[in-house]
Design a protein. Structure first.
Length: 220
């Protein structure tokens, strides 16, 4: 599903990623752990095509057989919208839209017909226990509910991979636990692939594989 070789990232003189190699299979739940500043978010942004690899002849990134380095900006936006899903620490829902509308937006961008999108969005919200919250705006939802709306939004286009950066960092322990179980339920029921950056040891240990980042490299 994901094959990354020799990934480097520099910010000016700062060498943040120092040759990361990674191979992730379909249906795997991968956790990435490591000290603050190790480069976890940077790596996730690159794998998620939100940021660029610093030029290196031997670097390559393949996601679902697509060679990411060879896509134009326009192709990349389309690829990201159709094949990848994102969950962030702070849900990043749009405040002026309802839960249902927030979930629909990536599918509207993909130009899926409205009726089909709303049906799918409602199914997802129902599945996530939010059938009674379609019309609530983010400020009218609890933290755990907001994060579940973000999960539904990440899933609406049936992505090949979901990237999550500290998805439960902002939740109390019960809401975090529920969110973690949800990830594994989505994997078991739909074969969903996840790459999750987390400081939560419990979640990290539940993953199929735990990758440890130290100073810009994966060490185990
Ligand atoms: N846009 C940027 N410009 C310059 N330096 C950056 C930029 N983004 C990140 N860095 C630096 O790169 C290093 C890695 O940052 P990154 O956000 O990947 O760490 P992290 O492992 O996710 O840490 P945390 O656990 O605190 O989220 C840090 O030292 C950070 O200061
Ligand atoms: Mg980070």
């Amino acid at each position: 599903m994901i094959k990354a070789s020799n990934i480097h990232k520099n910010y000016g003189d700062l060498h943040v990623l120092k040759g990361v190699d990674l191979h992730i299979k379909k249906g795997e739940v991968i956790s990435i752990v490591g000290a603050s500043g190790a480069g976890k978010t940077t790596l996730l942004q690159i794998l998620g095509t939100l940021d660029h690899i610093t030029e290196s002849k031997e670097s390559s990134l393949f996601i679902n057989e697509s060679n990411i380095n060879q896509l134009s900006q326009k192709q990349l936006s389309k690829f990201r919208n159709e094949q990848l899903g994102f969950i962030f620490q702070f849900h990043q829902l749009l405040p002026e839209f309802t839960a249902l509308e927030n979930v629909c937006i990536p599918a509207f961008i993909k130009k899926t017909p409205k009726a089909e999108v709303e049906k799918r969005a409602k199914e997802l919200l129902d599945f996530l226990g939010l059938a009674h919250r379609y019309d609530h705006k983010p400020s009218e939802l609890s933290g755990g509910e907001q994060q579940r709306v973000a999960v539904a939004r990440a899933l609406v286009n049936n992505p090949k991979v979901i990237f999550a950066d500290e998805p439960s960092g902002n939740l109390d322990s019960e809401a975090a636990e529920n969110l973690h179980q949800l990830f594994f339920k989505l994997r078991d029921e739909f074969g969903q692939t996840f790459v999750i950056v987390t400081h939560n040891q419990e979640l990290a240990n539940m993953a199929d594989r735990k990758l440890v980042m130290v100073d810009g490299k994966i060490v185990g």
